[in-house]
Each structure stands twice: as structure tokens, then as C-alpha cells.
Write a protein that binds this ligand. Structure first.
Ligand SMILES: Cc1cc2nc3c(=O)[nH]c(=O)nc-3n(C[C@H](O)[C@H](O)[C@H](O)COP(=O)(O)OP(=O)(O)OC[C@H]3O[C@@H](n4cnc5c(N)ncnc54)[C@H](O)[C@@H]3O)c2cc1C
Length: 423
């Protein structure tokens, strides 16, 4: 539904652009200038898509809170490619036109500025799609990707130079330039604000062999249980790059917490964090919360450390005495991977509607459910599937497989909500 709304808005913007373009055509010259006219059309169409990329990734709260950052990052990837194809077509058509009419390219620096920007966009997009295969660290790729914020002004310089002042197109570029500036100012103010209000680590707690929780005190952060934040730790006077983590505490708790699993360069160092270290926290983001979908009874499905949004929601329900009927399926390799065990047992004992089903994929002597989470297993615990709202959080493969199992049970996709630990 939300994706359709965004598609509708984009369609309207594109149609308006085409109408203004059509109105500016000289029909008598159409036969001779069609390559030029088409090229001129592809420039604003492409730049709408490219401009939207900055809207999608700039963490603009008022927009993000309606859609969720993960969905906006997905749009960023899809629409960014469409934008590049359109701008590329613009370039090809104008080159063809120039060679047919004049036998040469337009001379001048502004042409090369446009080409440079396009090549820059193509390079950063290509790296985004291939950085893992190329063995590049996430941070390296991300820093290169930030160059796009410099490339867009170059594009604007290029288009302004070739547009007649006072034309429809001129005002269109002006609008894009103003909106782009507004986004830049928003991000800058936000960065300055969060950096000048750091948090302080008050506890570092081991939850399992490779899972640690960090607790913070600092400015009151407004969040719903299940949402996430971006954190930069300041340790030994060094600021880490920002990493996203679900907020594992409940908004009712005194201290904010996250619970990272040791997986890579940054998370391996979480255990070295000391009480008194500081953190820059940007949040809260995401729409993965039972509070956003309260039509049916929640069924939580977690894989491994994907338990974090659910522990936040369960803590919230417990503190608010919300006695909903809730079932938590938690898939893990073995008992060794479990955390929050005592707390879950306590909530299960005191919240009569709550049940935990632990599923182990790699522990033959496990007394409970074994193997992978299957539709039939879910059905055996949940009788009335129609009035349920499903929430899945876990590794991408597990999340996809469980989504498929639920669809096989005829659960409508609008009742399945997913948080992927991947942006
Ligand atoms: C919404 C969301 C919530 C998350 N919640 C949790 C949680 O509660 N607990 C938990 O253990 N993990 C969580 N993660 C995953 C966590 O962000 C990554 O495991 C962590 O950033 C990996 O960093 P690394 O340097 O240790 O690993 P690396 O080996 O460097 O990276 C492993 C993968 O993590 C991703 N990644 C790495 N760095 C970043 C970054 N700066 N920003 C975004 N993605 C990155 C990339 O896909 C990368 O390929 C969450 C991720 C998202 C998107």
C-alpha cells in the first residue's frame, strides 16, 4: 500500500514533467529536432529519480516514520538505477543529435562537468552493487558513495548552463536545487545536534558467548519498541563509523540499550567498550513495532540475534501490563546461542497470554522443536491464523524462507512484517 502511494507520487511528478515538456515543443521543428527534444525530456525525468535518492537516504524523520528506512533504502537501489538509465539516454541522444547536426560535441567545460558527474554516479552505483564481491569493507564503500552529495551540485551546474533562464525547465532546476539544499541543511543540522549531545556507556553486559549489550544514559530518545538507531562509539578518542542496531531496551526502561552479536570488524570490538565511553546516537528509525500494526494478535518469529526487536516489544508489553496473546518462535542453531533466557521465562510466567517456542536447528539432543521453522510447526501452536499479525526478524535467508512458509499458509503479505538486519 505504502509502496503504491510512493509509486503514485512519482508517476504524478513524471506526468507533470512530460506535460510541461510537451507544451514547450515546437511542432514545426519536431521532425528535425526529435533527438534533441527527447534528450531534453530524459534529463528532468532522470534527475527526478536521482534527486529522490537523496530523499530516500537522508533519514528525514517525517518521511521515514511513514515507510521505514529499510524500505526507503530498497527504493534507493531500484530508483537510482532507473535515474541513471534515463540520464544515460539523455547523454546518448544529445551526442547523436550533435553529431548529426553539427558533426561534433558541444565544446566547453560544462559538457564535461555533466559527463564527469554521470560517470561518478555510475561508478558509485556499480561499487554499491559489487563491493562485497570486490572485497571492499562496508565503510570504504560507504565513504565513496558519499561523493554523490558532491556530484549532484555538478549536475545542477551542467543543466543550468544549458537551460534558457525563465523557461519552464529553468524553474524546475531551481526547484530541485532548493530542495537539495534543504535536504543538505536538514542533514547538517541533525548531525551537529546529535554530535553535540553524546550518550555515555553505563554498562557493558555479556548476554551469550558472542552477544553483548551496551547500556547508555543521555538525552531522552523517543522511540517505539522494535525501532533501531545508528551508533558511533567514541573509544580511545576515536570515533567509529555509524552502525545500525535495534534498540533492545523498552521505552519504559531507564537506560537505552543495544545488543550486538560479534560478526565483523566493528561488532568484534563491542566487548572492549568501557563504562564511561561515549556514543553518538541517531534515532529512532523503522516501523517494525507491534504498536504500528495492532489489528491482530502478534506472532513474533526471530532467528538468532533477530530476537532484539522482540525483547524490546516484550519488555514494553510486560511493563505496560499489556496482556495480549503473543507467541514467540525463536530459531537458533543451539542453546549456546540463546540470551535473555531468564527474562523471557519470567515474562512467560507472569504474562499469561505469552508463549515462547524455541527451535534448534543444530542440536540433536534438544528436547523441544528441532530443524527449521516450518508452516506446520507454526500451525501446531497457533490455531486461529486469520487474526494474527506476523513479525519476522532474522538472517535474510531465514526471513525469506519463513515469509514463504507463511504465504503457503495463506497469510496475506500485508500481515507479515519483516526487519532485515541489512540496509
Ligand atoms: C535495522 C537494523 C537493525 C540491526 N540490529 C542488530 C542487532 O540488534 N544486533 C546485531 O547484532 N546486529 C544488528 N544489525 C546488524 C548490524 O548492523 C551489523 O551486524 C553490523 O553493522 C556489522 O558490522 P561489522 O563491522 O561488525 O561487520 P562487517 O563484517 O563489517 O559487516 C557485515 C555486514 O553488515 C553490514 N554492515 C556493516 N557495517 C555496516 C554499517 N556501518 N551500516 C550498515 N550495515 C553495515 C553489511 O551488510 C556488511 O556486509 C542490524 C542491522 C540493521 C540494518
Amino acid at each position: 500500500m505504502k509502496t503504491r502511494l510512493v509509486l503514485l507520487v512519482i508517476m504524478v511528478m513524471l506526468v507533470i514533467t512530460v506535460v510541461f515538456w510537451a507544451l514547450s515543443l515546437d511542432l514545426n521543428l519536431l521532425g528535425r529536432l526529435y533527438l534533441r527534444y527527447l534528450s531534453i525530456l530524459f534529463a528532468p525525468l532522470g534527475l527526478i529519480f536521482i534527486f529522490l535518492q537523496f530523499v530516500f537516504v537522508s533519514r528525514i524523520k517525517i518521511i521515514e516514520s511513514g515507510f521505514g528506512l529499510d524500505r526507503m533504502f530498497r527504493w534507493h537501489r531500484v530508483f537510482g538505477r532507473i535515474g541513471l538509465i534515463l540520464v544515460f539516454l539523455h547523454m546518448i541522444l544529445i551526442v547523436l543529435y550533435r553529431f548529426r547536426e553539427f558533426g561534433e560535441l558541444m565544446p566547453g567545460i560544462f559538457l564535461w562537468i555533466g559527463i564527469l558527474a554521470l560517470l561518478g554516479f555510475i561508478t558509485t552505483a556499480g561499487l554499491a552493487a559489487t563491493y562485497k564481491k570486490l572485497g571492499l569493507a562496508y565503510e570504504v564503500w560507504r565513504n565513496i558513495h558519499l561523493v554523490n552529495y558532491l556530484l549532484f551540485p555538478l549536475v545542477l551546474i551542467h543543466v543550468f548552463f544549458y537551460t534558457e533562464a525563465g523557461s519552464n525547465l529553468y524553474y524546475f532546476w531551481l526547484l530541485l536545487a532548493v530542495l537539495f539544499m534543504a535536504i543538505m541543511i536538514y542533514r547538517l543540522v541533525r548531525i551537529i545536534t546529535i554530535r553535540s549531545n553524546p550518550y555515555e556507556v553505563v554498562e557493558v553486559r555479556q548476554e551469550a558467548e558472542d552477544i553483548w549489550s551496551l547500556f547508555f544514559k543521555g538525552p531522552r530518545l523517543s522511540y517505539k519498541p522494535g525501532q533501531f538507531l545508528f551508533i558511533q562509539l567514541i573509544r580511545n578518542n576515536t570515533l567509529s563509523s555509524p552502525h545500525p542496531f535495534t534498540i533492545s531496551s523498552s521505552p519504559t526502561a531507564e537506560h537505552l540499550s543495544i545488543t550486538p552479536k560479534m560478526l565483523g570488524d566493528f561488532t568484534m570490538t563491542i566487548k572492549d567498550t568501557r563504562v564511561g565511553d561515549r556514543a553518538i546516537i541517531d534515532g529512532s528509525y523503522g516501523v517494525f513495532s507491534f504498536l504500528n500494526y495492532s489489528r491482530g494478535e502478534p506472532v513474533f518469529i526471530a532467528g538468532g540475534v533477530g530476537i532484539t526487536p522482540f525483547i524490546s516489544m516484550l519488555r514494553y508489553m510486560y511493563d505496560h501490563k499489556i496482556n495480549k496473546k503473543v507467541t514467540l518462535f525463536w530459531a537458533n542453531r543451539s542453546e549456546k546461542n540463546l540470551c535473555f533466557q531468564e527474562e523471557l521465562a519470567k515474562i512467560e510466567k507472569e504474562m499469561p497470554g505469552f508463549k515462547v517456542v524455541l527451535v534448534m536447528s543444530d542440536q540433536p539432543d534438544w528436547q523441544g522443536e528441532k530443524g527449521h521453522l516450518k508452516g506446520q510447526m507454526i500451525l501446531s501452536y497457533i490455531k486461529n491464523i486469520e487474526n494474527k499479525e506476523f513479525f519476522i526478524c532474522g538472517p535474510p535467508a531465514m526471513s525469506r524462507a519463513t515469509f514463504f512458509e507463511l504465504k503457503q499458509l495463506n497469510v496475506p503479505p500485508s500481515r507479515i512484517h519483516r526487519e532485515l538486519f541489512e540496509l
